[in-house]
Design a binder for this molecule. Structure first.
Ligand code: FE2
Length: 201
C-alpha cells in the first residue's frame, strides 16, 4: 500500500540534507520500512571498489543538453527520482563531476530535435546527483535503460547505461549488465532509484 510510504520529495529532501556517506546509512534507518532500507544501501567502503563498467554511448546522445535535475514537471504522473553518488575507488565522494543523462520517452522514442529527457548537472560537495524523470520506454531490441556520462574534473569520461531490476527483457538484451542495475523502491507517489558510480580517479 503506497499510502503509508514517504513521498519522493520527502526522501529526496532527506537525501540532500545529510552528508553523503553517513546520509546513506541515516536515510535507510530513518525511512523504514523496508523499501527505503533497500533503496539506500551504504556503499561498501571497506576496500577498493571496482569501477563502474562502461557501455556504448548508443546513437542518440546529444551534446550541450540543459543543466537541470528535473526532466518532468512536479505533477507529472509515474515519476522516477534517481539519486546516487559519484565515488572514487577508495569510496571518497567526487565533487563537481559532470553527470549527463539522456533516455527514451515512455513510448521508446528519443528527442533528437530538442532536449526532452536530456540534461546534465554537477555533483554537489558530497558527490551527490539526482534527477526527476520517468521510466523510459522500450525500443528495438533494447531493454529499459538510462544513458549516463560521468566526468570528474580533469578525469576520465565514463559512458555507461543503467538498468531496471526485474525487467522481462533484461535477459534478451546483449548489452544488459547486472552490475548496472539500479536499486528501485516504490514510494508514496512514484519510484525512487539509487545507483552509485565508481570512477577511476
Ligand atoms: Fe538507448
Amino acid at each position: 500500500m503506497r499510502g503509508n510510504r514517504p513521498t519522493r520529495r520527502a526522501v529526496l529532501r532527506q537525501w540532500l540534507a545529510l552528508p553523503a556517506l553517513p546520509a546513506a546509512l541515516a536515510l535507510s534507518a530513518a525511512s523504514a520500512p523496508g523499501a527505503e532500507r533497500r533503496l539506500v544501501p551504504t556503499p561498501a567502503c571497506d576496500d577498493r571498489e571496482d569501477t563502474t563498467p562502461s557501455q556504448t554511448e548508443g546513437p542518440f546522445h546529444k551534446p550541450d543538453s540543459p543543466m537541470r535535475h528535473e526532466f518532468v514537471p512536479e505533477d507529472a504522473g509515474g515519476q522516477v527520482t534517481l539519486v546516487g553518488l559519484v565515488l572514487t575507488p577508495r569510496c571518497r565522494p567526487v565533487t563537481n563531476a559532470l553527470v549527463d543523462i539522456w533516455h527514451a520517452d515512455p513510448d521508446g522514442a528519443y528527442d533528437n530535435d530538442g532536449f526532452r529527457f536530456r540534461g546534465h548537472q554537477f555533483t554537489d560537495p558530497d558527490g551527490r546527483y539526482w534527477v526527476r524523470t520517468l521510466r523510459p520506454g522500450l525500443y528495438g531490441s533494447r531493454t529499459r535503460h538510462y544513458h549516463v556520462k560521468i566526468q570528474p574534473e580533469g578525469g576520465p569520461l565514463l559512458t555507461t547505461q543503467l538498468y531496471f531490476p526485474g525487467e522481462a527483457r533484461n535477459g534478451d538484451d546483449w548489452l544488459f549488465d547486472p552490475a548496472l542495475v539500479m536499486t528501485m523502491a516504490e514510494v508514496g507517489d512514484g519510484e525512487l532509484g539509487r545507483f552509485d558510480f565508481v570512477v577511476d580517479v
